[in-house]
Design a protein around this ligand. Structure first.
Ligand SMILES: [Zn+2]
Length: 54
């Protein structure tokens, strides 16, 4: 399986972006220059939900 290694802007860790995912497509097309790992995107989403209900 093909993958790219990307740097998470949030935790500064290298994570793998596997073929078939949206991030992989963005990475390949360079349409997005900021990437975050699954852990962080999950955390960010949860924080956003928490802020929304505050
Ligand atoms: Zn991260």
């Amino acid at each position: 399986m093909n993958y790219y290694e990307a740097l998470c802007y949030n935790c500064k860790k290298i994570f793998r972006v596997y073929e078939g995912s949206l991030t992989y497509k963005q990475f390949k097309e360079r349409s997005n220059r900021i990437f975050c790992c699954e852990d962080c995107s999950h955390k960010i989403r949860m924080d956003a939900i928490k802020n929304f209900f505050r």
